[in-house]
Design a protein around this ligand. Structure first.
Ligand SMILES: Cc1cc2nc3c(=O)[nH]c(=O)nc-3n(C[C@H](O)[C@H](O)[C@H](O)COP(=O)(O)OP(=O)(O)OC[C@H]3O[C@@H](n4cnc5c(N)ncnc54)[C@H](O)[C@@H]3O)c2cc1C
Length: 331
């Protein structure tokens, strides 16, 4: 009996592996759930040979066991190899609960892994409860209007993926973990998928889910030619620029910068919403932000209910003034 957290790494700019930050949000969830169930917690990551930096990233976490799932055929992600490798690890370690970060990669392989073991995957959970010693997952329905409690039936292991921002990575408990290497039995005949370049590696690809600071712009900006105003704010803050859906629908920013139920889910330290009303479909994508600043001329706009700091005013006056003050503060 244990909680097994499957973490995600990806190739970094210099070729060395780097963690997807959502991994540690999921690890925090796993530690919490394991503590409440009174069972051990384990973590695992799949990689090609020579990924010792990943082992170091696990060794200082409070874990009963950590696994480096290593094989040459895991150097490049394929759903086929991941399913075979993690299936073998699960059969070896026999966990009660298997948790994943709800990343694009996990959406690709985790349902196949669960199905291969005759189980279901509860995707994109935002919280949990323990009822009579059993894990109950909380999942949003109808664009975040309803929270549903999902109970697992049947035998363990039970599979769930965790929404970005639902748990905080700074709540990961540190400690020490013995990292063991697990070498799955894999051969190239098991891999039918031919990987192409990763989507995020395209010239303009943006990973908003790991951005620490986001300036998001909404319909209040009025026209494409006004976008320069928010670009300047993002520039002085070193922030990523994001948007509500109408901005992307209008083609004023690419679709991969849309935040919300049909866009990306983000969890930055700072989210500045400029001229965004705060529709539920937008809020569902940014509710994991630690600090939200809203700038809107309508004091009744719902975005203020999600914000820690609100500026009621015309963005065409407020944003340039903010840019000047930030420049002064930076010297
Ligand atoms: C199935 C479905 C999926 C959807 N998915 C998404 C999604 O992923 N992401 C998303 O964002 N939306 C999504 N939507 C759309 C969503 O319902 C809203 O229509 C959208 O979020 C509104 O965007 P907005 O806040 O920019 O615009 P509006 O709601 O029009 O708000 C504009 C705001 O700007 C303010 N404003 C205007 N002028 C100024 C000014 N000069 N200074 C300051 N403030 C000003 C106004 O007071 C207003 O509050 C989805 C809708 C559906 C039906």
């Amino acid at each position: 009996m244990s909680v097994l957290v499957i973490l995600e790494q990806r190739p970094g700019q210099n070729g060395a592996s780097e963690w997807n930050p959502m991994s540690f949000e999921t690890l925090a969830a796993g530690q919490q759930i394991a503590h409440e169930l009174g069972i051990p917690v384990q973590a695992a990551v799949a990689a090609g040979p020579g990924s010792q930096s990943l082992a170091a990233g696990l060794a200082d976490k409070k874990l009963d066991r950590a696994w480096l799932v290593e094989h040459p055929l895991l150097s490049q992600y394929t759903p086929d190899a991941y399913v075979v490798a993690f299936r073998q690890l699960i059969e070896k370690t026999n966990p009660t609960v298997v948790l994943f970060p709800h990343t694009y990669q996990v959406r690709d392989f985790a349902p196949r892994l669960a199905t291969a073991l005759g189980r279901v995957l509860v995707a994109d959970i935002v919280g949990h409860k323990i009822d009579s010693g059993q894990l109950v997952c909380v999942r949003q329905l109808f664009q975040g209007k309803i929270n549903a409690d999902i109970r697992f039936s049947g035998d363990a292991p039970h599979f769930a993926s965790v929404q970005a921002g639902a748990f905080l990575s700074d709540q990961v408990e540190t400690g020490s973990a013995a990292v063991e290497t697990f070498t799955p039995v894999l051969n190239s005949a098991q891999i039918c998928t031919k990987p192409l370049d990763r989507f995020r590696e395209s010239a303009n690809g943006v990973d908003l889910s790991s951005a620490e600071c986001i300036v998001a712009v909404g319909r209040g900006i009025g026209d494409a030619e006004n976008m320069e105003i928010v670009e300047k704010l993002a520039g002085v803050l070193g922030a990523e620029l994001a948007a509500s859906r109408p901005i992307c629908d209008n083609g004023w920013l690419p679709m991969d910068r849309q935040v919300g139920s049909s866009g990306q889910t983000v969890a930055p330290k700072l989210y500045i919403a400029v001229g965004i009303s705060g529709a539920i479909q937008h809020l569902v994508g940014m509710k994991g932000a630690k600090t939200v600043v809203a700038i809107n001329k309508d004091a009744e706009a719902p975005i203020f209910e999600a914000a820690q700091y609100g500026i009621v005013g015309d963005l065409f006056q407020v944003v340039p003034a903010l840019v000047e003050e930030i420049k002064k503060a930076k010297g």
